[in-house]
Design a protein around this ligand. Structure first.
Ligand code: HEC
Ligand code: HEC
Length: 270
């Protein structure tokens, strides 16, 4: 552990982190553009939104991001899918697999399900369920996985219906995040010292949103006055989605303990 913390500052910015922030900004741009606010069916400017919504687990974030009506979606699910699929954790499979934890799951990968070889092969070739792949699969199952057992089902092509359905499925299959107070920062982590210079380096990305001294009325609180331990706790909570804010959940999901300690040391030292 010590060797990690004494690494010299100024090394390359972790790519995943830089991508994360870019993704976040792109995602925010998508959400604030009124023409694109249909959520799941908005034409995505890029493939970024799939990655961006994976760490999301708080219902508020899911609702804001998916943009559908979950109650209408539930009715559609009952009518179109429930005969074969269950959604809750530990529920039995039906004629089709249980869909709990669907987002981020490799297609055809649940143990004990008698998938067709076609769906299994699609998963092995890299098909992962996310907003775009699911939308495509529901719209045209034969185009996405030729030969799958879904090929015989009517495609779900109506945009509003599909958005509502996917919003409901997303909510009902995503394990709930822990409560903020249940997110424990290990004492050993709190006892470690972060690398201030590395923190200063990382903090340049935070400045894209957090301007020094900016007040919470803007929606982006100032973080330079926040205490060290409080900052560490907040970032741990965002990282697992215990605090709902898609921008911060995405930012924090890219931070390792070392980065969090460095950022807290930097902001705490100001
Ligand atoms: C008649 C039964 C049936 C209905 C109705 C049905 N499915 Fe399926 N579904 C299946 C079967 C069987 C599979 C496995 C397909 C295969 O192995 O090729 C499957 C697979 C899936 C998968 C891939 C799961 C995985 O683990 O990779 C998703 C996602 C899915 N269905 C969603 C839906 C949704 C959403 C609806 C409603 C619009 C729906 N299904 C309606 C039977 C059904
Ligand atoms: C894309 C914009 C954006 C970026 C980039 C960003 N933040 Fe945030 N941050 C926010 C928003 C918006 C909030 C308010 C979230 C909320 O209401 O929970 C927030 C809240 C926080 C909080 C909680 C503050 C409090 O008073 O509870 C901390 C800590 C924080 N951010 C740290 C960081 C750090 C460290 C970075 C850089 C690694 C960063 N943020 C990058 C937008 C951003």
């Amino acid at each position: 552990m010590m060797s990690i913390l004494t690494r010299p500052p100024g090394r390359p910015f972790p790519l995943s982190f830089a991508v994360g922030v870019a993704t976040t900004l792109a995602t925010l741009a998508i959400f604030t553009a009124p023409a694109l606010s249909q959520g799941a069916d908005a034409p995505q400017a890029s493939g970024l939104a799939v990655g961006a919504d994976l760490p999301m687990s708080h219902p508020d974030d899911i609702l804001a991001s998916c943009g559908g009506d979950p109650e209408a979606g539930r009715v559609h699910f009952e009518a179109l899918c429930a005969a074969c699929h269950t959604l809750g954790a530990d529920e039995a499979h039906g004629a089709g697999p249980n869909l709990h934890g669907l987002y981020g799951r490799v297609a055809g990968s649940v143990d004990g399900v008698a998938y067709t070889p076609f769906l299994r092969a699609a998963g092995q070739a890299g098909l992962v369920w996310g907003r775009e792949s699911l939308r495509d699969f529901l719209s045209a199952p034969e185009a996405v996985v030729p030969g799958s057992a879904h090929g015989d089902l009517p495609p779900v092509t109506e945009e509003r219906l599909r958005t509502d359905l996917m919003t409901y499925v997303r909510l009902a299959t995503t394990p709930p995040p822990p409560a903020p107070e249940d997110v424990v920062v290990p004492e050993a982590v709190l006892a470690m010292e972060g690398d201030v210079a590395y923190g200063a380096y990382l903090a340049s990305e935070c400045a894209a949103c957090h301007l020094p001294g900016r007040d919470s009325a803007s929606g982006v609180p100032a973080i330079d006055g926040l205490g060290r331990d409080e900052m560490i706790r907040a970032l741990f909570q965002y990282r697992v989605g215990a605090r709902p804010n898609q921008a911060m959940v995405t930012v924090a999901a890219r931070l390792g303990d070392e980065e969090i300690l460095a950022l807290a040391a930097y902001f705490g030292a100001e």
